[in-house]
Ligand binder design. Sequence first.
Ligand code: RB5
Length: 149
Amino acid sequence: MTILIASDHAGFELKGILRTYLEGEGHEVRDLGVDSETSVDYPDFAHRLAAGIGSGEGGLGILICGTGIGMSMTANRHPGVRAALCHDAYTAEMARRHNDANVLCMGGRVLGAGVAEQVADVFLGTAFEGGRHQRRVCKIEIEAKGDGR
Ligand code: RB5
């Protein structure tokens, strides 16, 4: 499974650290930018990655901006994308087990490298539980089903 990764300027440094770390762990990582710390607009990179997830180019994605908030807001506009802003191993685990999140968002100005690596490890290594959570996840997609009920 290919992991897509992207950031804005505020997440550039952490993106590089995570890409190196994940490749060292044996993951195939496709970096969708940004390529420097020159200021950019985070939605451009969130849309690029979310479109790749939506089209099946990658199975899971990682988005990093200063807080992770703007990236998650933007990615969640894409049907089929469930982006979760995670700050620790617990939120990363639950985002996969209960929410079937397919995009992990993190704050490059919030998390240190060690915690970010742990969060990514847990997110990538945890499976969706299904069962009652599948019904709830299906209700997220209001665009496909009107009001979601
Ligand atoms: C950039 O300064 C910052 O606003 C951005 O990286 C992100 O935190 C937005 O949510």
